[in-house]
Design a protein around this ligand. Structure first.
Ligand code: T3D
Length: 270
């Protein structure tokens, strides 16, 4: 029987998407890319969703590109790999780049619950989420250099920003497996938890985020990302601009009213 490559479920205001090709460690095929984008668009367009959790089925989170895909497989027997190079570049621009941009502009917070190995684009998929929670047995591998590629899916942008140039180059060049504890210690991820606590921990975090003013959280993410390439003065101006937007929204009025009334706020903007 056909089983979807991306499973979707909802608990309260939290939508969970599960990559579902466990036999191949949830590596990406074109079909899984398409299914994930459909599921992401559905979640983004559903007002009941206030936080998204991304995880993987089985023992892996995501092993990046499915290397058995002929579109990205260099055919040495033909004496030329230019066809594969073209396919590889097409795969990146057609699938990975839009996926990264979708996640980084997602209207609500995104939590990665990394249940096992996250390699290549699978590692950077996780790192593009807002908060990354990983099981203690999980690991992150910038596997690209092992097969003669460079970090993609935002890896070159993300890694130095997350852990500094020295560690970014070490991770990218050596492609060693980085355990979840060490990933937390060096600031690559938000939190490492016991394996048995991964999904309860990730869900608790997601529920907490869902109860916050999610529109402001998404705009905070955008402003932080935008500030990377701004002068201090430009970042201050951008903060003032965004603050004008959230300052006229219902959530700000609700937050202040709840503070004054000493009650819990009920945020509704999205
Ligand atoms: O076109 C493009 O390439 C675009 C760019 C893409 C960006 C990328 O993601 S490039 C990087 C691609 N990913 C990798 O290079 C990782 C390859 N996988 C591994 O290095 C290892 O599998 C892991 C370190 C992730 C895990 O090792 P281990 O020992 O825990 O598991 P395993 O036995 O290697 O894998 C289990 C199964 O998953 C196995 O299948 P089998 O033998 O049981 O039938 C293995 O072939 C399959 N698998 C794992 N990764 C991939 C994969 N199948 C296809 N593609 C994979 N990437």
């Amino acid at each position: 029987m056909f089983e979807s490559t991306v499973l979707s479920s909802q608990s309260g205001a939290v939508r969970t998407l599960t990559l579902n090709r466990p036999a191949a460690l949830n590596s990406f095929t074109a079909a899984m890319h398409e299914a994930l984008m459909v599921a992401l668009n559905a979640a983004a367009g559903d007002a009941s969703v206030r936080c998204l959790v991304l995880t993987g089925a089985g023992r892996g989170f995501c092993a990046g590109q499915d290397l058995s895909d002929p579109a990205v497989n260099p055919d040495r027997s033909s004496g030329s790999s230019s066809g594969a190079a073209q396919g590889l570049s097409d795969v990146i621009t057609r699938f990975y780049n839009p996926l990264v941009l979708r996640l980084r502009s997602f209207p609500v917070p995104v939590v990665a619950a990394v249940n096992g190995v996250a390699a290549g684009a699978g590692a950077n998929l996780a790192l593009n989420c807002d908060l990354v929670v990983a099981a203690r047995s999980a690991s992150f591998i910038q596997a690209f250099s092992k097969i003669g590629l460079i970090p993609d899916s935002g890896g070159t942008w993300l890694l130095p920003r997350l852990v500094g140039r020295a560690r970014a180059l070490g991770l990218a060049m050596l492609a060693d497996k980085l355990g979840a504890e060490e990933a937390e210690r060096i600031g690559l991820i938000w939190q490492c938890v016991d394996d048995s606590a991964l999904m309860t921990g990730a869900m608790a975090l997601a529920e907490r985020l869902a109860a916050l003013p999610v529109k402001a959280l998404a705009l905070a993410r955008q402003a932080i990302d935008d500030a990377e390439t701004m002068t201090m003065e430009a970042a201050l101006n951008n903060e003032a601009r965004v603050q004008r937007i959230v300052g006229t929204a219902a959530d700000y009025a609700e937050g202040v009213a709840a503070f004054k009334a000493r009650r819990n706020p009920q945020f509704t903007d999205r």
